[in-house]
Design a protein around this ligand. Structure first.
Ligand code: NAD
Length: 299
């Protein structure tokens, strides 16, 4: 039988990802700061620990799936962090979307302990997390990639090596900036069409067979009732939080500044998502930008 894998952070993404590891026969050793997140796993017979350090004591391969850079630092380097009890030769994979410079810093600290760190942020959303079809963008020492691929392949259909540690994050930040822009664009187009008298399902069908088609229109349409099984048809619950999208656009802003790159629409998208956070949308899925626009009227 397979040796256990540690999993820390069992939220919207971590929950279905962990379930796919179980499906592939890996016993799990789990931790989440919010105890309710571990409950269903505990009831299913998986082992739940009370700190990241305890997970590291029992598992020599650990996946972390946390909201922000600050949370990753806490889980790795905090008072009861992984580094307090990490075993030599352990493989630590952080799938959170965080600042690439923080990934590099964590990699240095992990290396000092004789273990290996890789950044492996994901794309695909909760649907792909459930079906095991995520895309992983992996940064780290190339010789360790095969070991990471074995685990990540249980949760994703695309596991891509990007280069040195931090480059997975760099790729992910570009993807999410484009996603933010395409989601706002889709929401504007759908709102305009509906106000112009078009049936939303018909308009989505037309866009999806035309040149405006994108993931935001054909896989994650932001208009309630157009598609089943997406956050827009569930009062924008679950999915990818507006605060998390605002965080990723902040990361894009940082890399744009340090590389002197123009990101005009990326910056505008950042402002729109920050404004939504302040107006009560922070816990809703980021496709709620449609609802935000629908409630606005301009002169
Ligand atoms: P989430 O907020 O739903 O889940 C995060 C989990 O981490 C929660 O259960 C929380 O309790 C736990 N957590 C927070 N701090 C912790 C700590 N110090 N120790 C232990 N557990 C802690 O977030 P999510 O949507 O699952 O996203 C996780 C990461 O993946 C984020 O970086 C996000 O940007 C990225 N991401 C999300 C999606 C998506 O569609 N939701 C898609 C791709 C990437």
């Amino acid at each position: 039988s397979k040796t256990p894998v540690g999993f820390i952070g069992l939220g919207n993404m971590g929950n279905p990802m962990a379930k796919n590891l179980i499906k592939h026969g890996y016993p799990l050793i789990l931790y989440d700061v919010f105890p309710d997140a571990c409950k269903e796993f505990q009831e299913a017979g998986e082992q739940v620990e009370s700190s990241p350090a305890d997970v590291a004591e029992k598992a020599d391969r650990i996946i972390t799936m946390l909201p922000t850079s600050m949370n990753s630092v806490e889980v790795y380097s905090g008072a009861n962090g992984i580094l307090k009890k990490v075993k030599k030769g352990s493989l630590l994979i952080d799938s959170s979307t965080i600042d690439p410079s923080v990934s590099k810093q964590l990699a240095k600290e992990v290396e000092k302990m004789g273990a290996v760190f890789m950044d492996a942020p994901v794309s695909g959303g909760v649907g792909a997390a459930r079906s095991g079809n995520l895309t992983f963008m992996v940064g780290g020492v190339e010789d360790e990639f095969a070991a990471a691929q074995t685990l990540l392949g249980c949760m994703g259909s695309n596991v891509i090596y990007c280069g040195a540690v931090g480059t997975g994050q760099a790729a992910k930040i570009c993807n999410n900036m484009l996603l933010a822009i395409s989601m706002i664009g889709t929401a504007e187009a759908m709102n305009l069409g509906i106000r112009s008298g078009l049936d939303p399902k018909l308009l989505a069908k037309i866009l999806n067979m035309s040149s405006g088609r994108c993931w935001s229109s054909d896989t994650y349409n932001p208009v309630p009732g157009v598609m089943d099984g997406v956050p827009s048809s569930n009062n924008y619950q679950g999915g990818f939080g507006t605060t998390l999208m605002a965080k990723d656009l902040g990361l894009a802003q940082d890399s744009a500044t340090s590389t002197k790159s123009p990101i005009l629409l990326g910056s505008l998208a950042h402002q729109i998502y920050r404004m939504m956070c302040a107006k009560g949308y922070s816990k809703k899925d980021f496709s709620s930008v449609f609802q935000y626009l629908r409630e606005e009227e301009t002169f």
